[in-house]
Design a protein around this ligand. Structure first.
Ligand SMILES: Nc1ncnc2c1ncn2[C@@H]1O[C@H](COP(=O)(O)OP(=O)(O)OP(=O)(O)O)[C@@H](O)[C@H]1O
Length: 324
């Protein structure tokens, strides 16, 4: 595989009036990588992806896709790049297959070659069997998968997906995750945005975490995991005051949970020991649930601190994604 980066964005900046939606963001995605752009609502993810597709012009910085850039190569900069921004749109009164045939026609594909290509992409997203149904009858997850199929029609080398799991139910999220993993396994480079750390951690190699237009972390999921705090459990007991005292004596970090009960932060072994101690002390346990994985806790730390506060003390943003 070539060493040319699939995406090489340097210092990209975009302002809307007084608002800097994307503030000097640099992002490198190697070919074959699955890369996540993560951030809460309004972080600037969609704006970043829009610039990548040439839908809006950056006010500063440079952007290359497979070594090609907008000013220099015009629309050829998008050769080998496909995907969707926000939700894909289709004619609801036409079948999924017919929608894809029309899109293939717009790309100049026709005849048996086009029919075979439509079959292939429907198969890739598990929609064969429902392909002759009208899109209006599709679930949201099926529409998202049809959006991926539409992107695959162009046989891209880079697939860009803006919040592909947004609004999906758990089964839809599982299917979308499996689809992205399958596509990545076939060698496709994937750049996706999300506001869900759990989604990104399961499918991405590297991640850029954004908050209000700026990068707060840039590097591998593995490194992020090493720096994450202990997981949090929500605990409901018959006597929270005594439980807190027991937990403090054991050196555990305990606070009142926002929605009632106690939030306990510690390793699984520490939490197990706490439960045993509570039972020994005659305190009844009414509920125990994992409320935050370590990476989710870190994501909230990074993205929810006050705007002027320094970001968490993590490694400075590395600028090169690992190649697989
Ligand atoms: N065309 C526009 N005109 C003015 N402001 C805009 C425009 N597009 C985006 N913004 C603002 O830029 C900021 C970043 O928006 P953006 O949609 O990129 O965030 P996001 O991370 O994708 O969030 P979400 O998950 O909510 O879509 C927001 O404050 C948004 O209101």
């Amino acid at each position: 595989m070539s060493d040319v980066l699939a995406v090489n964005a340097v210092d990209l900046t975009k302002t809307f009036g007084p608002l800097t939606a994307v503030d000097h963001i640099s992002l490198q995605v190697a070919q074959g990588e699955v890369y996540g752009v993560l951030g809460p609502n309004g972080a600037g993810k969609t704006t970043l992806l829009r610039m990548l597709f040439g839908l809006i012009r950056p006010d500063g910085g440079t952007l290359e896709l497979f070594g090609r850039s907008w000013p220099r190569d015009g629309v050829r900069a998008l050769d080998g790049v496909a995907g969707f921004i926000e939700s894909p749109k289709f004619y609801p009164g036409l079948s999924g297959r017919r929608n894809l045939q029309l899109l293939a026609g717009l790309d100049g594909l026709d005849g048996p070659g086009a029919a075979a290509r439509v079959d292939d992409v429907l198969d890739a997203v598990d929609l064969l069997g429902r392909d002759r149904d009208k899109v209006r009858g599709y679930s949201f997850g099926m529409r998202q998968r049809l959006g991926v199929a539409a992107a695959l029609l162009r046989a891209p080398r880079l697939l860009v997906l803006d919040e592909p799991a947004n609004g999906l139910d758990p089964a839809g999220i599982r299917d979308m995750r499996a689809l992205v993993k399958r596509l990545a396994g076939s060698g496709l480079t994937v750049l996706l945005s999300s506001h869900d750390m759990a989604e990104v951690e399961q499918i991405c190699d590297d991640v850029t975490i954004m908050r209000t237009g700026q990068v707060v972390y840039h590097g591998s999921i593995a490194t992020l995991r090493e720096q994450a705090p202990a997981q949090a459990h929500r605990l409901a007991t018959t006597d929270d005051e005594r439980s807190t005292a027991v937990a403090h004596r054991m050196g555990l970090d305990v606070t009142g949970a926002a929605d009632g009960g106690l939030a306990v932060r510690g390793s699984q072994a520490q939490v197990d020991a706490l439960i045993a101690a509570l039972v020994t002390a005659g305190i009844g346990l009414r509920g125990l649930a994992l409320s935050e994985t370590p990476l989710e806790a870190l994501f909230f730390m990074l993205t929810e601190s006050a705007p002027d506060a320094p970001t968490a003390d993590l490694e400075p943003a590395a600028t090169t994604g690992a190649r697989r």
